[in-house]
Each structure stands twice: as C-alpha cells, then as structure tokens.
Design a binder for this molecule. Structure first.
Ligand SMILES: CC(=O)N[C@H]1[C@@H](OP(=O)(O)OP(=O)(O)OC[C@H]2O[C@@H](n3ccc(=O)[nH]c3=O)[C@H](O)[C@@H]2O)O[C@H](CO)[C@@H](O)[C@@H]1O
Ligand SMILES: C=C(OP(=O)(O)O)C(=O)O
Length: 428
C-alpha cells in the first residue's frame, strides 16, 4: 500500500496533457459488448476503473488487448455470464454492463455497483427504462436480474436527469425493436461520446447532447474504431491546481467548450485564462475573490469538480459558498482540509469557506476520487509536506498523476506505507 507525499509551495510551470475521459471510458468499454466483431477504442486513460472493466469483459468471454491506451475488444465469443459479485462491486460504472448485456443477450445478472461513496446513488431510473423496454427486473441478494423475451422501443421520461440512466437506456435500446425516445435525458459530453461510438457501430441515434434522444433499433452492430474525448474533469482539476499553485500552466488536449462553467467561475475569481482550440493557459496569481458555486447538470458546474474547487477557494478573499445539488453529501474532504488549517463549515448541502488561508501540510486521507484530487490540490498549495493516503481512489480516475505533476515541477512522490501506517489507515 502506498501514500502520496507532496512538498507544497513549489510553483507549477509548463504543459500538462489530459488523458481520455474516465466517465466516457467506463461506458464505452461495456458498449463493445453490443458489437459482432472487434471494437477498438483509442486514448483510454491508464486508470484502475478501465482495468477492472477490461477484466469483467474477459470474464464474460470477450477477448481483450490493451496497449498504450488502445483497447481492442473482440466480443464475438461473449456469453451472458452472470456477474452477481466480485469485481462489479468495485466501481459504479459496472451498471453499464446491465444495459449492454441486456441489449445483446436479452438477459443479464449484475451485482449492485460500488464506486465512490457520495451518499445514496439510486438506479431506479435505469430500472424504469429497462422495464419500459420490456425487461423484467428483480433485485435478489444484492444483484440485479434482468430478462426480456424481446426488447421493444418505448417512450421513457426520466424523473431525474441522470447521466448513468441515459447511457444505460441507450445501450439497451440500440438493438431493441422499433423506436425509443428518452425524454429529460442528460446532455453531458460523455453521452455524446457513447452515442458516437454506437453510431459508428451502426446504431441509429439522434439528439444525443440534447434532452430528447431518439433511437431506432437495428438488428446488428459491427466493430469499429473510436477515439475517446478528453477528460473534462481531469482538465478542470489541472486548471484548479494551476490557479492555486501555478505560474504559467498550459493544459493540453482539452475541449474548452466542455468546461465553460469552470473557465467562467475562475475568471470571476480573478484567474487569468486564455483558450485556444485544444489548449488552456492558466496564469496563477495569489489574489482571488471569493465566489459561490452551485453544482448542476451539464452545462452547469460539474459535481465532480466541486471538491477540488473547494480547496482552491481556501485561498480566495472573503466567504465562498459551494452547494452540491447533485450529491448533497459530497463533503468528506472538508474535515481533511480543516486539518490543513482551512476555515470551512458544512451546512446541509453547502460548504462555507472563509479565506484567505495559508494551508499547512498535514497527514490526510482521501475518502473518494475527487476528495483525493482536492487533497492533492491542497497539498500543492500548502506550506510543508502533505501526506495523502487512500490512493486507490485517486488511481480510479487520474492517469499517472505523479508523473504529470512532476512534469510541471511539483515535488510529489509515492512512498510505501509502513505496517503500522497501514494498520492505522485501516482502523481510521
Ligand atoms: C448530472 C450529473 O451531475 N451527473 C454526474 C454524476 O453522474 P452519475 O451517473 O453518478 O449520476 P447521475 O447523473 O446518474 O445522477 C444524477 C442525480 O440523479 C440521481 N439518480 C440517478 C439515477 C437514478 O436512477 N436515480 C436517481 O435518483 C442521483 O442520485 C443524482 O443525484 O456523477 C458522476 C460521477 O461523479 C458525474 O460524472 C456525472 O456528471
Ligand atoms: C464519483 C466519480 O466516479 P464514480 O461515479 O465512478 O464513482 C467521479 O468520477 O467523480
């Protein structure tokens, strides 16, 4: 088991490259199940979520090769193997195996998913969609059992705007008989990316990226090659780190339109930012204004950047209020930031941050993926050494983070934990 150590206060300079989007990757990989010949996805991030999903694809008979970010899946010999437990529990996105296996085999058994603990993460809208398409769905001892004689297109109105439900219903509907209409669909770029892959495989999908998606079912989907979109959340994380601890940092391989809400918020704080077609230059300064943030569905401010942004706001002058309307309990990083001297309190769905504060290095624990990003951000801005444990969360979503930040001049390294540190970590 390892921990991360950061010597804070070293200014970041240079260029950092963004990897392929985690939240696309975790849906694109299950989508390969629907094809009848090999699918290649280029530019996948080297993260544990990708590794685990590749292993799950192998468990159901897919032939997988993964080299230099390029994953090829030959789905032709796959079977509807039940996956009631084991690796499916390690990540939230294993729920996409439900839609994809249902779409290909008309049946699936998938254990209830894991992933970051952000409070309740219901999947009732996914199930509502599968049932509308004709599946019988039961929950037996922690696994979801799905079975349909035949999937038939349907009109499905989502009661809550859900990225996961929108993608899962698309996966199940692309081979259903007739037309499916998803109303009140989510509009995230990752949904467009999945729709692009499915369309290249031969699916007929219109409206991805709007709140009404129309899918005309087809009999068969074929293999193809697809290039993943850049990770807007990783890009936003690097922008936050650059603003808080950088001088001149260029973030490369970005689609600036995907992170307009972050660019606008940072400019409101007084951060200087320049954008080009696929790069963003962030010029850090030490004089920020406090701002309020409310997380919203896309194109609003993403919940996934709320936690690292909170770290940055400790440096702003005045009171900032961060409200998470998507996951109202996504505040496990706050206690850890307090250990580093931050003045923050949580009231309901909001964190109230008073600044500016000079953060101090401390021993802290990442409780989830973006809490980890928040603590690394804080460590880069802090005086002295910060030690971050819980790296398995960070490794779920950030590809080669230490190498990438070292490339900007950060003093950051991984170190093996001693037995007593591991014991302490496990008991905490
Ligand atoms: C809209 C939004 O910001 N979605 C984010 C959410 O996606 P994630 O896929 O986890 O969540 P959804 O977009 O599916 O859910 C959005 C909201 O709807 C609720 N819900 C969802 C499904 C369902 O069946 N029933 C239900 O009530 C969720 O609890 C949540 O409050 O977290 C991901 C990981 O942090 C982010 O990448 C997504 O951008
Ligand atoms: C919480 C996240 O991931 P997951 O939904 O896969 O747990 C995230 O990407 O911020």
């Amino acid at each position: 088991m390892e921990k991360l150590k950061i010597q804070g206060g070293v200014p970041l300079n240079g260029t950092i490259r963004v990897s392929g989007a985690k939240n696309s990757a975790v849906a694109l990989i299950p989508a390969t199940i629907l094809a009848n010949s090999p699918v290649t996805i280029e530019g996948l991030p080297d993260i544990s979520d990708v590794q685990i999903l590749s292993d799950l694809i192998e468990e159901i008979g897919g032939q997988v090769s993964f080299e230099s970010g390029e994953l090829t899946v030959d789905p032709s010999k796959m079977v509807a193997m039940p996956l009631p437990s084991g690796k499916v529990k390690k990540l939230r996105a294993s729920y996409y195996l439900m839609g994809a296996m249902l779409g290909r085999f008309n049946k699936a058994v998938v254990g209830l998913p894991g992933g970051c603990h952000l409070g309740p993460r219901p999947i009732d809208q996914h199930i509502k969609g599968f049932e509308a398409l004709g599946a019988q769905v039961t929950n037996e001892q922690g696994a979801i059992y799905l079975r349909a004689d035949e999937l038939r297109g349907a009109r499905i109105y989502l009661d809550v705007v859900s990225v996961g439900a929108t993608i899962n219903i698309m996966l199940a509907a692309v081979r259903a008989k007739g037309q499916t209409i998803i109303e009140n669909a989510a509009k995230e770029p990752e949904i467009i990316d999945v729709a692009t892959l499915l369309t290249n495989m031969g699916a007929r999908i219109k409206g991805a990226g709007t709140n009404v998606i129309r899918i005309d079912g087809v009999d068969e989907l074929r293999g193809c090659r697809h290039s993943i979109i850049p990770d807007r959340i990783e890009a936003g994380t690097f922008m936050i780190m650059a603003a808080g601890a950088g001088e001149r940092v260029v973030i490369d391989n970005v689609i600036p339109q995907h992170i307009e809400s972050i660019i606008a918020k940072m400019r409101e704080m007084g951060v200087k930012i320049e954008t080009s077609s696929d790069q963003i230059l962030v010029m850090g300064n030490r004089d920020f204004k406090a701002v309020d943030i409310k997380t919203l569905v896309y194109p609003g401010f993403p919940t996934d950047l709320q936690q690292p942004f909170t770290s940055l706001l400790t440096r702003a002058t005045g009171t900032s209020v961060v409200t998470d309307t998507i996951y109202g309990a996504r505040f496990k990083h706050i206690d850890e930031l307090r250990r580093m001297n931050a003045t923050i309190k949580v009231e309901g769905r909001s964190a109230i941050i008073n600044g500016p504060t000079q953060l101090q290095g401390a021993k802290v624990k990442a409780s989830d993926l973006r809490a980890g990003a928040a603590l690394v951000t804080a460590g880069l801005m802090a005086k002295g050494i910060t030690e971050v444990t819980g790296l398995e969360h960070i490794d779920r979503g950030y590809s080669h983070l230490v190498d990438k930040l070292s490339g900007l001049g950060a003093v950051i390294w991984r170190e093996r934990m001693t037995d007593s540190e591991i014991e302490q970590f496990q008991n905490s």
